[in-house]
Design a protein around this ligand. Sequence first.
Ligand SMILES: O=C(O)CCC(=O)C(=O)O
Length: 297
Amino acid sequence: MKKISSAQLEKYENDGYVVVEDVLESSTLKRLRDVTDEVVASAAELTTHSEALDLEESHTPENPRVRRIKRPHLVHDFYLKLARHPNILSALTPILGYDIRLHGGGKVNMKSAGYGAAVEWHQDWAFYPHTNQDVLAVGILLDDMTSENGPVLMVPGTHKGPLHNHHSDGAFCGAIDQQETKLDISTAQEVHAKAGSISIHHARLVHGSSMNRSNDQRRILFFEFTAADAWPLLGIGNIEEFNGRIVQGQATIQPRLEDVPVRMPYPPAVFQGSIYENQRTLDNRFFASDKDEVAAS
Ligand SMILES: O=C(O)CCC(=O)C(=O)O
């Protein structure tokens, strides 16, 4: 069991994120990589995004380029099994308490070598506000994450600051316009860690990442977790399904209410399917994309 230290807990509370090393055993990491390779190979049959896979703008069936596995739990049971990994749950327990729910089914952001897409600055909370803020995301690293391969950039302390506007032209776009909001990202920190480690970040923390121009891919499996008494303000579809996502402890029908900043992600984003699609309508992009590079060459 992987316990986090009191120093790590303090870092999470102060900075809004923390890295925990050596969470996956090498056999589990290998299986995760093998399963992911298998899923990505199926993109050779695709000409456009599918239910499970989100494709880079430059994807062709001859030259398959997957940006994200959108619903990994629907494609392979192994991903869902990982969400209940005892080392992950024991790392989360001091932060969220014993009763924990998986929010959604996770995603694998591929960030392939040479062209893996950027993710614009955002706060996850803008996508799924809850009744209280015991809500976070865990990133399970499939590859070492370094300065070179498009590491996640976290802006420490911003989980205690405002919830920024994530709208553009009257619709949700899942990104913060850094120019317009004058968002201060001067203290942003790159997350560096070995494959098999996890990052844990608070849902209100401002984060993003640039394109991966290196020769090394950077794949992360993200799962979002909440305390069981944090209920989504967007509502729940089906109580059995909702309670079926309890990964440890007990469900409750008594949500805990906190005074939290909320902006609802409505009207919905013009482009649907993934954060990359949502963010297409952001007016002033902060990070370059491979399209910009092609245009400039
Ligand atoms: O993959 C990344 O670099 C960041 C991903 C992220 O923040 C997200 O998908 O919400």
